[in-house]
Design a protein around this ligand. Structure first.
Ligand code: ATP
Length: 188
């Protein structure tokens, strides 16, 4: 039987309610049988723009946030891999006879897909499931297959959570309760 795997990669610095809503919305579509949340070991696209928490802490926060959600499994595949995290490597590692892979991405990311490593090959290997996000078009770039999830955009980002923490404001309404201790107790 064909296995339909959804791949939801991210930095998760930290995981927040937008990620949770996205996972629930994707699961509700029945487009996939299983969702793998992959925590980027070295999110090279974010280097230089912000200080990223260690992969181990982000992985632990992802477990705290997502474990127990229906259909969802948190993976350390990209944390264990050396070097910059490229989605193509993850997709190739997970590709198998009888498995189709759907790449789940927010609308802020979909326009960048053509600039990802081995983009043409990636576009052949996956279809894309786009999550609406305020202010970003959901249009797929030419050559990419996929669909857009029908969900109300959730206006939460990790950037906003970090901004609040830096300003001494409480981010508790933006993250799952299970993540709050990681944010308030420093390194968890
Ligand atoms: P940052 O603010 O640091 O850029 P982020 O909130 O976008 O982080 P990531 O961990 O980079 O979080 O996101 C992982 C994936 O989840 C990406 O595909 C991103 O587009 C998607 N995503 C994040 N937040 C939302 C949201 N509120 N709604 C829909 N998709 C989201």
């Amino acid at each position: 039987m064909n296995r339909r795997l959804g791949l939801f990669g991210g930095t998760f610095d930290p995981p927040h309610l937008g990620h949770l809503a996205a996972l629930r919305a994707v699961w509700a579509t029945h487009l996939v049988d299983h969702i793998l949340v992959t925590v980027a070991g070295d999110p090279y696209l974010k280097s230089g723009t912000t200080t990223v928490a260690s992969a181990e802490v982000r992985l632990a926060m992802a477990h705290a946030a997502f474990d127990g959600l229906p259909g969802v499994e948190v993976s350390d595949l990209e944390v264990r891999r050396e070097g910059p995290t490229y989605t193509i490597d993850t997709v190739e590692a997970l590709s198998a006879e009888g498995t189709t892979i759907s790449l789940i991405v927010g609308a802020d990311v979909v326009g960048q897909l053509p600039r990802w490593r081995e983009a043409a090959r990636l576009a052949e290997l996956v279809d894309v499931v786009v999550l609406p996000r305020d202010g970003s078009p959901t249009t797929l770039p030419p050559g990419w297959r996929g669909s857009v999830i029908d969900m109300d955009p959730v206006d939460v980002s990790s950037t906003e959570v970090r901004r609040r923490l830096e300003n001494g404001e409480n981010p508790a309404d933006l993250v799952p309760a299970s993540v709050v201790p990681w944010l308030t107790e420093g390194d968890g």
